[in-house]
Design a protein around this ligand. Structure first.
Ligand code: PLP
Length: 416
């Protein structure tokens, strides 16, 4: 990253806009359904409502929601209240609005760590660990790196859900939390939360459910009869849940939520500081200044879509996942690595290197999503992937045939 001369300034909007668009001219075509992650959309009206609500509160700061921006404070309380009921939280539960899954997970892990320390009357002299599936998101590694915790990863059963017995065997007296995903990013399946909850209750462990991907929509998949497993506070061992609004809640970024069965746990997540000249300071999130627009947009989108809208999205996305998986099964040699519980598909090929196929897909204008173990092509399907389905499947069949015919292997690698 070379140093650049500081801008002279004075550029007007038309010039700035033209230059920005020019810089993005080579971007991947997400609107055309060619990007398998990063962007999550419902229909255009929801997008517009989120956008308008965001810019209505473009300048306000959600950090000031209690002292200055009472409307934002109320919207945030309402969004969190909707989440508490969606996840069947008991009385006394609490939640916080954060900037994304990684922050929600960080806060829950901080609360779990401090709860363990309080319960055992120990401090930083004890090295603690988190035991989680091999398929769990690296946000936990980040939290562990920042808080000096150890991560232990448990293997999966053949259906790609965590092996609960193996996870239990990795726990010891210094395990401060266990984790299940709903669903996990790589394979799109929901871990056996009920069995993890039993383990948590039996061994007195904190169970965190990472529902960052599925949280705000998977309950509606269940309600429209897709047999999607439950993962929430109805299971007594579930002590915290992270659920992103900015993924399948269809809300503008940055927006996520983290919920605690017990309000006292949320207190443990709080950062409190009083040893400076500015006075007492406390936040329930890592961030201080937060975009009020994200809170307003989430409130607006939730009230726009409501139960009927999310059920409708669940029906349509469910049908699309079925159509994609049927199409994939129709291509000889393609093998789905798991039966999707939600909107994530992941597949390989029996007789070809799927990373080489990914290279062929890239050459055809598709940004390939990749997973490593097993080597797979991966996609989180959102509404704009439906018009692209037939072209995607046709190009996949072509790219696969090309690899079988001996096209240059080597493949592509994922990078963020
Ligand atoms: C299962 C899961 N958890 C957590 C995260 C982290 O979310 P974010 O990127 O919003 O920090 C992701 C992101 O894709 C995820 O898939």
């Amino acid at each position: 990253m070379p140093p650049l001369p500081f801008p002279d300034g004075g550029a007007g909007w038309p010039d700035l806009q033209a230059r920005m668009r020019d810089m993005s001219a080579g971007d991947a075509d997400w609107r055309g359904g060619r990007v398998p992650l990063f962007v999550f959309l419902n229909e255009p009206e929801t997008y517009e409502i989120g956008r308008k609500a965001f810019f209505e509160y473009f300048s306000e700061n959600a950090l000031g929601r209690k002292r200055a921006f009472h409307g934002i404070g109320r919207m945030e309380e309402e969004v969190l209240g909707y989440g508490l009921s969606l996840f069947s939280a008991p009385e006394g539960a609490a939640g916080a609005f954060s900037s994304g899954g990684s922050e929600s997970i960080f806060m829950a892990m901080k609360a779990a760590r401090d709860a363990w320390r309080a319960q055992h009357g120990k401090g930083r002299e004890v090295a603690l660990n988190i035991v989680m599936p091999i398929s769990g998101h690296p946000a936990f590694d980040k939290a562990a790196a920042a808080m000096d915790l150890e991560i232990r990863r448990a293997p999966l059963t053949p259906d790609r859900r965590v092996d609960v017995a193996a996870l239990g065997a990795l726990c010891d007296g210094q395990t401060m939390a266990i984790v299940g995903s709903a669903p996990c990013f790589p394979h799109g399946v929901i871990d056996p939360i009920e069995a993890l909850s039993d383990l948590a209750v039996e061994r007195g462990l904190w169970l965190h459910v990472d529902a960052c991907v599925g949280g705000w929509l998977a309950p509606f998949f269940a309600r429209v009869g897709r047999g999607t497993p439950a993962f929430d506070f109805r299971f007594p061992g579930v002590r915290s849940i992270s659920a992103d609004l900015h993924k399948f809640g269809f809300c503008p970024k940055p927006a996520s939520t983290v919920f605690y069965r017990d309000g006292a746990d949320m207190e443990r997540a709080l950062f409190r500081a009083d040893a400076w000249t500015g006075g007492a300071f406390a936040t329930a999130t890592l961030g201080g200044t937060r975009p009020a627009g994200a809170v307003a947009a989430a409130w607006a989108v939730l009230n726009h879509l409501g139960t009927a809208g999310y059920e409708d999205a669940a029906r349509r996305l469910g049908a699309m996942v079925d159509a994609y998986t049927a199409g994939l099964r129709g291509i000889a040699g393609v093998r789905l690595w798991a039966e999707p519980d939600f909107t994530i598909i992941n597949f390989g090929a029996e007789d070809a290197d799927i990373f080489a196929v990914a290279k062929g897909m890239q050459a055809r204008g598709w940004l390939p999503g990749l997973t490593r173990e097993p080597k797979g092509l991966h996609a989180m399907l959102s509404m704009f992937h439906e018009p692209a389905r037939e072209a995607y499947l046709a190009d996949l069949a072509d790219a696969l045939a090309e690899v079988r015919a001996g096209a240059d292997a080597g493949g592509v690698t994922a990078q963020y």
